[in-house]
Design a protein around this ligand. Structure first.
Ligand code: CP
Length: 295
């Protein structure tokens, strides 16, 4: 899976149902050994570890790959690296890369390649776990008002998630520093002032400021929180049923007041929990296994 573009609403719902089945204890019986490897050319904690957890829960053998010690540092291309791993018998690869659409250069590779985040473009496994978290809360996506707040321009999470949410029937709005919305053409006139968005949104998703993609730091932490972050004052203005999400890692007291990270309406660690099951569904779909319950 490279993006969710080719998945319609029905297919996404089927993937979410499979993820929930895994959460409820569904197990797979592999017909033969599966060797998987996770190639992370950008840093990661959640995505890398939860893909590995998902692979182990599915019974895969996980072959370690350390990008910083690999022959990429001798100038080997991504294609040659991947072709090498395919040649030595790896059956499935999970790849995170700083280059948008890196998978376009891997079209000749036969084994499944799962995108664990490409530059500022896509983060499909994050989207599936985010949808799973929203579905668990509200049951359906139709007409939910979702606010995506922060560094939208540099966020692969925002790109993937907003497309998928619209497909599922939700209404997506954006907020945050206006200069980060220039060139963000997927927004379709849906920018809202944060204080207008807070009392009407069913879900508020705060995004990490992608300092690594900006160069210099434009805002002082306390100024950003006051203007564009979730303060305690704003949290009190949310609807009683509304929830808070963040893909993490979180810049505490920048995008969100640290005391709200684990507050009653926060689903941030629930998102991480769901990530393992969402990735089990993505992996098993990629290999087209027939999953069988133990019972
Ligand atoms: N949400 C997310 O992608 O986190 P990591 O960068 O830690 O994988």
């Amino acid at each position: 899976m490279h993006t969710l573009e080719n998945l319609d609403k029905e297919k996404i719902l089927a993937l979410l149902a499979l993820a929930n089945d895994f959460k409820n204890g569904l197990e797979v019986k592999l017909k033969s050994k599966i060797f998987a490897s996770n190639l992370f050319f950008e840093d990661s904690t959640r995505t890398k570890m939860s893909f590995e957890m998902a692979e182990r829960k599915l019974g895969f053998e996980v072959i370690p790959f350390d990008a910083s010690k690999s022959s990429v540092n001798k100038g080997e291309s991504l294609y040659d690296t991947v072709k090498t791993l395919e040649s030595i018998g790896i059956n499935l690869l999970v790849i995170r890369h700083s280059q948008n659409n890196f998978y376009n250069e891997l079209k000749n590779i036969k084994i499944p390649i799962i995108n664990a985040g490409d530059g500022t473009a896509n983060h499909p496994s994050q989207t599936i776990l985010d949808l799973m978290t929203i579905q668990q809360e509200f049951g359906d996506f139709e007409n939910l008002k979702i606010g995506i707040v922060g560094d939208v321009k540099h966020s692969r999470v925002a790109h993937s998630l907003s497309d998928a949410l619209r497909k599922m029937g939700s209404k997506v709005f954006f907020s945050g520093p206006e200069e980060w919305f220039e060139e963000a053409n997927f927004m379709n006139d849906t920018y809202r002032n944060l204080d207008e968005l807070v009392p009407v949104a069913d879900v508020l998703i705060f995004l990490r400021i992608q300092h690594e993609r900006h160069g210099e730091k434009k805002y002082k932490d306390e100024d950003y929180l006051k203007k564009y972050g979730l303060t305690k004052k704003r949290e009190q203005k949310m609807k009683p049923t509304s929830i808070i999400m963040h893909p993490a890692p979180i810049n505490r007291n920048v995008e969100i007041d640290s005391d709200l990270v684990e507050c009653k309406r926060s689903r941030i660690f629930k998102q991480m929990e769901n990530g393992v099951f969402a990735r089990m569904a993505i992996l098993s779909n990629a290999l087209q296994y027939r999953a069988k319950s133990q019972d």
